[in-house]
Each structure stands twice: as structure tokens, then as C-alpha cells.
Design a protein around this ligand. Structure first.
Ligand SMILES: [Zn+2]
Length: 256
């Protein structure tokens, strides 16, 4: 990843943040990780964490809760949101889908808000940004009709949402994200962080992209939030997504 480098989940003295992932199943309102078959891995790869953050924000919902099969798939690839290596073997590796729903909605709201803000600056209109925020009962009457002022209010909201996400909450056993300096092998100093869990790592990944001013997009095929890598005019989140939508469209056209 280009831009300012940050040491991800890796601090001198603390080591590297370990997490666990593996088979999981949804039972009732809970997702339960199979602790005996779960495998440890390191959460220090910026690309993998970015992929995890976008996958989490894009997890689909079925009747107001995250789709069980998709949650199981996510846990297989990345693990639970709040229970990692430290919880393995405690029989506590289970999380409520209700908590997942809230976490996903907050993360994706922050991501979409960032996208609408950057779009709004580029298009020099706040209409769409305003429409989006009004749906969530966010009004900024103090901006007095000024687009510039309105955007500042929206940015302040984004900052608060991101900061509470970065900070973490009670489910992290009182542990917060720690930011510190890391010494590189070359002797240089680098800013780094150590996050308490997977969700705070997702926020840190988004924060890194936002401060480096990367563009976020929403895929017209599946609605997922994504970051176009390589060509910035990329329209679809992944190859298959565009072709299936185009395939469906051409089939529909052929029928009519
Ligand atoms: Zn897509």
C-alpha cells in the first residue's frame, strides 16, 4: 500500500497481535467458533486487514441480522470480532449476531459517509451527502446553507464515529488501541498501533486509508463498499460481480 506507512498491530515490547480463525456455526442468535479447530494467525498485514475491513462492512443481512452463512464464512477467513487468541480454550468464543449487526452497520456507515464526503468535494455539491445523512436523522442546521460548513459538520461526525471505533469498547476487556513509535531495522522511527481485536483493526485499516485520502466506491452490482485498486475508474468490486450483473442485464434485454 502506498502512502504513509504505519506499523500494523506490531509494537516493540508487545509483539504482534495474534488472532484466531476457523470453522464456526451460527446457533440461534450466536456465532460460535470451533475453538479446538481454530488456528492462530497474525493481524499485521495491511492488505489482509483492508480486505477484512471491507468484507466486514459489506456483510449482507437477511431479515435484519447478518446472514448466518456469510458470518460463518467470515469467521473461517478472519475470526470473531472480539474473541481471539486469548479467548481460545475458554469456551467463550461466541458472539451475538445482534452485536455483529450493530458493529457492521456502524463500520459501513463510517465508510459510506467517508465516500459521500469525498464524492461531495469532487462534485462540489452536498445534495447526495445531505440526502444520505438525513436518512439517518443527521441535520446540521448550524451550517447556515454553506456547503463548506455542512461538510465540516459531516467530517466532525465521521471523526467521532471513527474515533469511537478505533478506541474500542467494553467487549475488549477494557483494553484500548495503543499507538506508539516503532523502531525499524534501518533505525528509522515509525508510528504504529496495537489494536485489542478484529473490529478495532478494521477501523484502524479504514483510518489509514482515509488519512491517505484513498477513494472508496460502492459497487453497482452488489452494493458493497470497496477501494478500487489499480485503475481508479474501476466500477465493480470484483471481476465476477460486474460480469454477472452485465450477464443478467443482457439476458433480461434478450428476453424483452
Ligand atoms: Zn460487487
Amino acid at each position: 500500500m502506498e502512502g504513509t506507512n504505519v506499523a500494523v498491530n506490531r509494537l516493540d515490547g508487545l509483539g504482534i497481535r495474534e488472532w484466531v480463525r476457523g470453522p464456526a456455526r451460527v446457533v440461534g442468535d450466536e456465532v460460535i467458533l470451533d475453538e479446538r479447530r481454530a488456528e492462530p494467525y497474525l493481524l499485521d498485514n495491511p492488505e489482509e486487514n483492508e480486505h477484512m475491513a471491507f468484507s466486514l462492512a459489506a456483510l449482507p443481512f437477511t431479515s435484519q441480522r447478518p446472514t448466518p452463512a456469510e458470518v460463518e464464512n467470515f469467521v473461517q477467513q478472519h475470526g470473531l470480532l472480539w474473541h481471539g487468541r486469548e479467548s481460545q480454550g475458554t469456551d467463550e468464543c461466541r458472539e451475538s449476531l445482534q452485536d455483529w449487526a450493530v458493529a457492521i452497520m456502524q463500520l459501513s456507515f463510517a465508510g459510506v459517509l467517508y465516500k459521500k464526503l469525498t464524492d461531495s468535494k469532487e462534485n462540489q455539491t452536498i445534495t447526495e451527502l445531505q440526502g444520505f445523512l438525513r436518512k439517518y436523522d443527521q441535520y446540521f442546521p448550524n451550517s447556515g446553507g454553506s456547503q463548506e460548513e455542512y461538510r465540516l459538520h459531516a467530517t466532525a461526525l465521521l471523526r467521532s464515529l471513527m474515533n469511537s471505533g478505533l478506541w474500542g469498547n467494553n467487549s475488549t476487556n477494557g483494553m484500548k488501541t495503543i499507538w506508539s513509535l516503532v523502531m525499524e531495522e534501518s533505525g528509522g522511527l515509525q508510528l504504529g498501533y496495537f489494536a485489542p481485536d478484529l473490529l478495532t483493526t478494521a477501523y484502524a485499516s479504514f483510518a489509514h486509508l482515509m488519512t491517505n485520502k484513498y477513494r472508496f466506491k460502492t459497487c453497482p452490482g452488489c452494493g458493497a463498499l470497496f477501494r478500487p485498486i489499480g485503475r481508479s475508474d474501476k466500477k465493480w468490486c470484483k471481476k465476477g460481480c460486474g460480469s454477472t450483473t452485465r450477464g443478467r442485464k443482457s439476458k433480461a434485454q434478450a428476453k424483452s
